[in-house]
Design a binder for this molecule. Structure first.
Ligand SMILES: Cc1ncc(COP(=O)(O)O)c(C=O)c1O
Length: 457
């Protein structure tokens, strides 16, 4: 396994190192300019950090402040920023070809093969890939393919789901803040996700007997539920934006069985939970479910945009040729970066993914132990480097901590040198999703800083 010393060389030393108030004067100047030239529909928050330089699991702002990066750019920088092997591979490819429209090029071909070989067992070696530049694009394409393959129209998605913001993927995304943009894809049915801390049936696992999965089965496989024309069900095997939720054992298997009974496709959206973040290459590998389609992005691309879907070859054979073009798809430079990321993640000596599983479990225990004495931490959950800390008014009521208080905590985290992006239906979940190359020292420091801040409330 890669040593802590080797990992330390992949990030800035001595983080966090905060020299000014955050945001400092140089950052404030940039922030002042933003609304003049950029649409504020992109997320930000009151005091977003301004990023000027990123290295490994650390980022620097224009004022020279160095932060421990617990965001990985929202689960993107799986191998950290500017990994030396990625830079080397990029430099080599840059002297050859970068953009190649829809042409077949060797990098694209190599990447498709590599991806097929890292898919979950059952799909591995029996799938083809379609490349996009974003997770939204991957999901959008998966929906179109599911419609065409099945000849059916409806898609089942989950409460708390985030699958993107386009007219198709956005219709699956459940967050209120992303809606209100006029008509989107019709025919979406939302059902409850396994959110054990806030079970909508008021039950507890395991005595609940997976009531939430039974409900999905009821919707899919009972007459008069208006689910008469379902093409596919799409699910995040670990729900991301909806609160960093880990479904209980047996849940995904039950959902898959219901899809088989119904005759609809099962799409696993691994855009956020994939690329090793969960402690396995794909979080669905914690179950024995074989998805019909798997969408991926974020950490697979890392420093350059790369996303796509991989799906059963027998299904792909039913789609008409040349019916889904994409001008920028599979840019050769992005392909090379993605392949290098895969090589780094799957390197048996470094074993970054197993390390994330082990160290993630340690950090979760550490946070859980600390949280016992802190009334505003209601729940700590996760797998690998996919960790959610749910903030509440108090442990008894479990009422979500109001967003202004969450904002204050995040602001304090930033002032003390830790970048974090919240998630959850009430925006009250602090998530830890650092690059897999983060040192144990930085992880522990960030956890302690969070616990110390929460203790004061
Ligand atoms: C599970 C999931 N699917 C799809 C997307 C959309 O990806 P992108 O922002 O690259 O369009 C996201 C983004 O957070 C996601 O978490």
């Amino acid at each position: 396994m890669i040593t802590e010393k080797e990992l330390a060389r992949l990030s800035y030393m001595g983080a966090p190192n905060i020299l000014t108030t955050v945001p400092g004067p140089k950052s404030m100047k940039v922030l002042g300019e933003v609304p003049k030239y950029e649409s504020l529909t992109r997320p930000g928050g009151a005091n977003p950090p301004v990023w000027d330089d990123g290295f490994g699991a650390t980022v620097k702002d224009p004022d020279g402040n160095i932060f421990i990066d617990m965001t990985a750019g929202v689960a993107v920088s799986a191998v950290g920023r500017r990994h030396p092997l990625v830079i080397k591979a990029m430099e080599k490819q840059m002297s050859k070809i970068m953009h190649a429209i829809e042409a077949v090029h060797s990098r694209r071909n190599e990447l498709a093969r590599k991806i097929s070989n890292i898919m979950p067992a059952g799909l591995r070696g029996k799938c083809v890939s379609y490349f996009t530049q974003s997770g939204s694009g991957a999901v959008e394409t998966a929906i179109k393919f599911a419609h065409r393959i099945t000849g059916k129209s409806q898609i089942v998605a989950f409460h708390g789901a985030y699958h993107g913001v386009w007219c198709g993927s956005g219709a699956l995304t459940a967050g209120d803040g992303y809606r209100g943009y006029g008509p989107m894809m019709p025919g979406v049915i939302h059902v409850p996700y396994a959110y054990c801390y806030r079970c909508c049936f008021g039950l507890k696992y395991p005595s609940c007997d997976l009531q939430c999965a039974k409900y999905v089965d009821y919707v899919l496989n009972t007459p008069y539920t208006a689910a008469n024309d379902v093409a596919a069900l799409i699910i995040e095997p670990q729900q991301g934006e909806g609160g960093y939720l880990i479904p209980p054992p047996g849940y995904l298997e039950s959902i898959k069985k219901s899809c088989e009974k119904k005759g609809c496709l099962f799409i696993a959206d691994e855009v956020q939970s994939g690329a090793g973040r969960s402690g396995k290459m794909w979080s669905i590998e914690y179950s024995n479910v074989v998805p019909d389609m798997l969408t991926w992005g974020k950490g697979m691309g890392g420093d350059l945009p790369m996303a796509g879907l991989s799906f059963r070859s027998d299904l792909a054979a039913t789609l008409p040729e040349a019916s889904q073009p994409g001008t920028f798809a599979a840019n050769a430079l992005s392909c090379v970066v993605c392949m290098t990321n895969i090589d780094i993640l799957t390197d048996k000596n470094d074993d970054l993914i197993s390390r994330a599983a082990q160290l993630g479990a340690e950090i979760i225990s550490e946070l859980q132990a600390g949280a016992r004495k802190i009334d505003i931490i209601g729940d700590v959950r996760g797998r690998g480097f996919f960790i959610g800390v749910e903030l509440v008014k108090d442990k008894t009521s479990r009422e979500p901590l109001p967003s202004d208080a969450v904002g204050t905590i995040l602001g304090e985290l930033l002032s003390q040198g830790v970048t974090c992006v919240p998630c959850g239906r009430y925006h009250n979940v602090v998530r830890f999703m650092p690059p897999l190359v983060i040192t144990k020292e930085y992880l522990m420091k960030a956890s302690q800083i969070l616990l110390n801040i929460c203790k004061k409330y």
